[in-house]
Write a protein that binds this ligand. Structure first.
Ligand SMILES: Cc1cc2nc3c(=O)[nH]c(=O)nc-3n(C[C@H](O)[C@H](O)[C@H](O)COP(=O)(O)OP(=O)(O)OC[C@H]3O[C@@H](n4cnc5c(N)ncnc54)[C@H](O)[C@@H]3O)c2cc1C
Length: 442
């Protein structure tokens, strides 16, 4: 059995480490265009901000480790073509320029995603950078050394994390987004308002509801021109989203309109010989029951593992995702799962929500911090479809609990009476999750 895997970051590394154990007789070959595997982009902002000083900690595997499992690692090999009829692939060795061809019985596509680069005038100027892989992280660090003012374009979680990193490093920072608030895909306005206020308080120049029209400069970027003004800057980081890297299979397997590969519950594409996992795929999104594009490392490692387990026959189904994510910005901890009111509205889904504001533990304790929790549910079935939390104390694990509730189809009324422990160090006699359930019933 000849298995070819294209891409070895999270989905690919999870797939091949599992396959090496499950199918010791198989001949597994990995094609990876980078010179490293398993880079944790989630540590990129911490690395840029100097919190992570040893970048080796950002890798949990290496080509050598994977070779020791018996895998053929073709590093710095860029796959150029996949002939799905004859089950052949063609790649170029990026070091020697030599072309290699190979065949497969099974192909695992883990080519991930790439940052979106809109066709903005001047985007090719020096110092307009992307933030995805290890080499880009190093370029950002090198260029930021000489930058006084940094502009981050895109106020999703990556943009927001970078803003914090640059501000803490003493840079003047501008954050631009075409939407009128930050983190709009993860949290509703009553949550993001607080983070925006914190940003403004720290001197961060927020340009929301403002779109970039061009970058100006001679060789290197010197200014960003938006529909509302001009900002002098030394460095721009583009964080406006990701698109799936799937051109190699375009027209050959079923995809969403954005190019994300559709897989079944066993990670199989519409071509039975081809499996796919991670950012190159659409995921099964439980709150709506449909396909969605949610590029997260959590989805990637799970899907890579499932692709490996199901490669020789369907054994383990994907339970789907709620797109659960968490964030720590300055003193605030926040997390969300499933639908927010904003995302529900955009999808045309009607939801009701309940919001709880209370102290995380009894006020007789030396400290007690505010917790803001919002739980959204289907008004008809009363099933929980999403939740958001924000606090100075870390209660983000409660969103993992609500992720399970959403996945399992629990109603908001059942949530009111779930057995949660009480101990004054940690919480109140009525856990705030119970309270949300109880309040929804009133
Ligand atoms: C700054 C940042 C912070 C993030 N933080 C978080 C977080 O906190 N939590 C979270 O869950 N997720 C986070 N993510 C998202 C997460 O990093 C991605 O979801 C994850 O990397 C997806 O893994 P993947 O293996 O599917 O794809 P990718 O990481 O995109 O890897 C795909 C691999 O395929 C290779 N490849 C592509 N095409 C070819 C080809 N033709 N030939 C050979 N090789 C090819 C690429 O070189 C790459 O190594 C973050 C992402 C970024 C950029």
């Amino acid at each position: 059995m000849k298995i070819a895997v294209i891409g070895s970051t999270h989905a690919g590394t999870a797939a091949v480490t599992n396959m090496a154990h499950l199918y010791p007789e198989a001949d597994i070959t990995v094609y990876e265009r980078n010179d490293n595997v398993s880079f944790l982009s989630c540590g990129l902002a911490l690395y840029v901000g100097g919190v992570v000083d040893d970048p080796q900690g950002l890798f949990y595997s290496s080509p050598e480790q994977l070779r020791q499992l018996g895998i053929s690692m073709r590093m710095q090999h860029d796959v150029k073509d996949i002939d799905t009829i004859n089950q052949r692939i063609e790649a170029v060795n990026l070091v020697t320029g030599e072309f290699v061809t190979d065949y497969y019985d099974k192909l695992v596509m883990t080519t991930g995603s790439w940052p979106v680069t809109p066709p903005i005038e001047g985007i090719d100027l020096d110092n307009v950078l992307l933030a995805k892989n290890y080499n880009q992280a190093n370029t950002i660090i090198e260029k930021a050394e000489h930058a006084d003012h940094v502009t981050v374009v895109g106020a999703g979680y990556i943009g927001v994390e970078l803003v914090e990193a640059f501000e803490k490093s003493g840079k003047r920072v501008t954050l631009i987004d075409g939407v009128d608030r930050i983190l709009n895909r993860y949290l509703d306005a009553e949550f993001t308002n607080q983070i925006e206020e914190d940003f403004r308080h720290r001197g961060i120049d927020l340009r929301l509801g403002e779109t970039v029209e061009k970058f100006e400069g001679k060789g290197s970027v010197q200014a960003v021109v938006t529909n509302k003004g001009r900002i002098d800057t030394d460095l721009v980081i583009m964080c406006v989203g990701f698109r799936p890297n799937t051109n190699l299979l375009r027209g050959k397997v079923d995809m969403l309109d954005n190019g994300a590969i559709k897989v079944n519950e066993y990670m199989q594409t519409s071509d039975p010989a081809i499996f796919a996992a991670g950012d190159c795929c659409a995921v099964k999104y439980n709150p709506t029951g449909g396909h969605a594009y949610i590029p997260l490392a959590t989805n990637a490692v799970r899907m890579g593992t499932l692709a490996a387990r199901n490669l020789m026959g369907p054994v383990l189904k994907n339970v789907g995702t709620q797109g659960t994510s968490g964030l720590h910005i300055y003193d605030l901890n926040m997390a969300s799962t499933g639908l927010t009111e904003t995302s529900a509205r955009l999808l045309g889904v009607h939801v009701k929500s309940i919001t709880i504001n209370e102290k995380h533990r009894p006020e007789f304790m030396p400290t007690a911090e505010n917790v803001q929790l919002k739980v959204s549910y289907d008004p008809e079935s009363r099933k929980i479809v999403g939740a958001q939390v924000l606090s100075k104390v870390d209660v983000t694990q409660s969103i993992n609990t609500l992720s399970v509730c959403t996945q399992s189809g629990m109603t908001v009324d059942e949530l009111g009476f779930v057995d949660f422990f009480f101990q004054p160090h940690f919480n109140q006699p009525w856990n705030f999750l119970n309270k949300a359930g109880l309040a929804a019933a009133q």
